[in-house]
Design a protein around this ligand. Structure first.
Ligand SMILES: C[S@@+](CC[C@H](N)C(=O)[O-])C[C@H]1O[C@@H](n2cnc3c(N)ncnc32)[C@H](O)[C@@H]1O
Length: 374
């Protein structure tokens, strides 16, 4: 994800894999099959892990087709398995990614047909084998997608709510907030509870992939079931059930609270997070200090009658009732966010889907009330 390179590289190192460097929108890792299984099972901050197979120059569609067809695909999968191809292109003459994917798919199908008289079927929704074509200028890299469905699909989410955060974005926000996992954490506009669930999974050390039913590497011919079971067992053995701090959430909408409860239950953490129906504008700080992370409506998917007034009220409540807290607010409504009325001590550019957002940090120590009144 854009802006996640550094925290992802750190996460990979924290998982014990040293050989990692940041690249545009990702990290480059040298590691073993065991590392690949572990990363898929444990990473909270990656959307997918690609394994490069080969690369070649492709100035036009013909060179692309021949380059993809040149690789021996029977080494990778069987004609009875389903597959799909996706593509990304940057600064390339071949700038239509769907066409690049289609042409590459044709090359693979044609190779099987030429060699065996049979072709594998395409399944774009849930393929056994997923192939990624990455074109930067004329350089084409063909990779196997070891993850399959994007890793933000953790498998615990039963309810999505109106404007849910992507789980990887939520986990990244928590990492970027520098939450020390000892401080109490509050999301007072929790929606379907993505931030709460990701924070609770971190705190209780529940692996990000624990509730996923499938990764594409499990369909590869070299899949080592025992190795993968061992990696899962080792990660699961680190789950804890007791902590000294509290994660809590609220939303003014009853349905959101029931969605949050359902999602927490999906990963066995409903007892670990306190949630309640509450209007933030009538709320008081539950403790003397803590961290608040808020993902308020942006006046996009959830419309606001008076967006500027809404953001001003967030700032007022933080100043009046949450002294001693550190607050982080993610908003894609950059104009309204200026009305919070507090000076952010940090601003981080993030993307929620295609929408550019700011993740803003506010220190609410005593004196902030005075500062705004001056
Ligand atoms: C963008 S959504 C949050 C989505 C959430 N992060 C998720 O992943 O599902 C904003 C939420 O703020 C809630 N909200 C709006 N005004 C509120 C208020 N005054 N007090 C509490 N919650 C409020 C809405 O009900 C909505 O669920």
């Amino acid at each position: 994800m854009a802006g996640f390179e550094d925290i992802l590289a750190q996460e990979v190192k924290d998982l014990g894999i040293e050989n990692v460097e940041t690249i545009n929108r990702g990290v480059k890792i040298s590691g073993s099959l065991a590392d690949l299984y572990l990363l898929n099972y444990q990473s909270r901050l990656a959307l997918r892990f690609l394994v490069p197979l080969n690369s070649f120059s492709a100035h036009n569609e013909d060179q692309l087709y021949r380059g993809v067809k040149h690789y021996d695909w029977s080494k990778v999968f069987d004609v009875t398995q389903t597959f799909s191809v996706d593509a990304t292109t940057f600064h390339s003459r071949l700038d239509h990614s769907l066409y690049v994917a289609l042409k590459s798919k044709d090359a693979i199908v044609d190779q099987f047909r030429d060699k065996m008289g049979k072709r594998p079927n395409v399944d774009t929704d849930d393929p056994d084998i997923k192939i990624n074509i990455h074109l930067v200028g004329n350089k084409c890299t063909v990779s196997l997608d070891s993850s399959g469905k994007s890793l933000h699909i953790r498998g615990y989410k039963n309810k999505n709510g109106t404007a849910p955060l992507n789980e990887v974005l939520a986990a990244g926000m928590i990492k970027m907030s520098d939450w020390d996992q000892r401080t109490n954490l509050l999301d007072p506009m929790c929606g379907s509870g993505t931030l709460l669930t990701e924070a609770a999974m971190m705190l209780y050390k529940v692996p990000a992939g624990k509730f996923r039913t499938k990764f594409c590497f499990q369909q590869w011919s070299n899949f080592d079931k025992d190795l993968y079971s061992g990696i899962k067992k080792e990660a699961d053995s680190k789950i804890i059930t007791k902590v000294n701090n509290i994660i809590e959430g609220a939303d003014k909408d009853r349905r959101c609270i029931s969605d949050t409860r359902a999602n927490l239950a999906g990963c066995g953490l409903s007892q670990m997070v306190k949630v309640k129906i509450e209007d933030f504008f009538k709320s008081k700080a539950p403790h003397d200090s803590g961290m608040i992370i808020i993902n308020p409506p942006y006046d996009e998917r959830i419309k606001l009658e008076d967006a500027k007034g809404f953001y001003q009220s967030i700032g007022d409540i933080l100043k009046q009732n949450y002294e001693g807290y550190t607050a982080w607010i993610l908003s894609g409504d950059l104009d309204s966010a200026k009305h919070i009325g507090l000076k952010p001590s940090r601003k981080i550019k993030l993307y929620n889907g295609q929408l550019e957002c700011k993740f803003l940090k506010f220190e609410l120590y005593s004196g902030s009330k005075k500062r705004i009144n001056n």
